[in-house]
Design a protein around this ligand. Structure first.
Ligand code: BTN
Length: 259
C-alpha cells in the first residue's frame, strides 16, 4: 500500500477542541472505523477519534456498504462514553450532519443541504454519509459511535448509488485539504454536541433551516414498506412527521425521496 498523504500534525494545528479528537488514532487501513470503535473496549476515552486512511469495509445505513477512496475521502468515527442518553442519540445524529454541513460552508462557501435522517448534500448530490451506532448493557448506553464519511477529492464516481454522489472537489473546483476539513468538522461537532444537551431546540432549528424538503411531498421507503405524504416536520427527538389524509405518522427510519 502506498504511503498516506494525510498529515496528523496539519490537522492538529487546526484542532481547537477540548475533548473531541484529543485522543486521535490513525490507521493506514481498516475494515470499518465504526466497527473498531464499537468493539475495541480497550479504547474508552470520551471523544476519541479513529481515522482510517483507507477504509475497506465501510458500513452504511440500512446495511448498505460505504465506498471510500484512499487519499480522496475522509472516513472516521468519534467515540462518546460520557453523559449518554438514548433519547438524544437522534439529536447527536442531526448535530453531526449540521457540523459537516457548516464546516464545508465555512471553508468552501458552498450551499449545503440536509436530508433526513442524516445525509449531507450539495444540491441533490450526496457529499457525506453518517452512521451512528451504539452498544448498551441492560438499559445503560455504554458507547455511542458517530461514523462520518466525506467525499473530498474524488474527481469522479463510477457505479450505482441510491443517491447520486459528489465530492467537495467536484463542486468547489479545486483539490482541498483533508486535514483542514477534518479539524473543522471536529471543532463544529464539539460545539454542536454541547447544544444537544443544553439547547436542543438550536439543533432542531438549525437542522430544519438546512432541510429543503420540509413542506414537500415525499416518499419514505422503509424496507418493503412505502409511505407517501407531506414532510410536515421533525419532532423534538428528530423523528420525521409525515402527514397524509389519515393524519400524522411518526417515521423512525427509512429513505426519503421527493415525489
Ligand atoms: C450512509 O450514508 O449510509 C452512512 C455512511 C457512513 C460511512 C461512515 S465512514 C466512517 C464510518 N465507518 C463506517 O464503517 N461507516 C461510517
Amino acid at each position: 500500500m502506498s504511503k498516506s498523504n494525510f498529515t496528523i500534525e496539519e490537522m492538529d494545528i487546526k484542532l481547537k477542541t477540548n475533548f473531541i479528537g484529543t485522543n486521535f488514532i490513525f490507521y493506514d487501513e481498516i475494515g470499518s472505523t465504526n466497527e473498531e470503535l464499537l468493539n475495541d473496549k480497550s479504547i474508552t476515552q470520551h471523544g476519541t477519534v479513529l481515522f482510517a486512511d483507507n477504509q475497506v469495509k465501510g458500513r452504511g445505513r440500512l446495511n448498505r456498504e460505504w465506498i471510500s477512496y484512499k487519499d480522496n475521502s475522509i472516513t472516521f468515527s468519534i467515540l462518546l462514553t460520557e453523559n449518554l442518553n438514548s433519547k438524544t442519540i437522534n439529536l447527536i445524529n442531526l448535530a453531526a450532519a449540521i457540523s459537516v454541513a457548516q464546516s464545508i460552508e465555512n471553508l468552501f462557501q458552498l450551499d449545503l443541504r440536509l436530508k433526513w435522517p442524516n445525509d449531507v448534500l450539495i444540491a441533490t448530490r450526496k457529499v457525506c454519509g453518517i452512521l451512528v451506532e451504539s452498544i448498551s448493557k441492560g438499559d445503560k448506553l455504554e458507547r455511542v459511535v458517530i461514523g462520518i464519511g466525506v467525499n473530498v477529492n474524488q474527481p469522479m464516481f463510477e457505479g450505482h448509488y441510491n443517491v447520486p454522489p459528489t465530492s467537495i472537489r467536484k463542486e468547489h473546483g479545486k483539490v482541498v485539504s483533508r486535514e483542514r476539513l477534518l479539524a473543522e468538522i471536529l471543532n463544529e461537532f464539539e460545539k454542536n454536541l454541547k447544544k444537544v444537551n443544553k439547547s436542543p431546540n438550536d439543533i432542531l432549528s438549525n437542522w430544519k433551516s438546512k432541510c429543503k424538503m420540509i413542506g414537500e411531498k415525499i416518499k419514505v421507503q422503509d424496507g418493503e414498506k412505502e409511505f407517501f405524504g407531506i414532510f410536515e416536520d421533525i419532532d423534538e427527538n428528530g423523528f420525521l412527521l409525515l402527514k397524509d389524509l389519515k393524519g400524522t405518522k411518526k417515521i423512525f427510519s427509512g429513505d426519503v425521496s421527493p415525489r
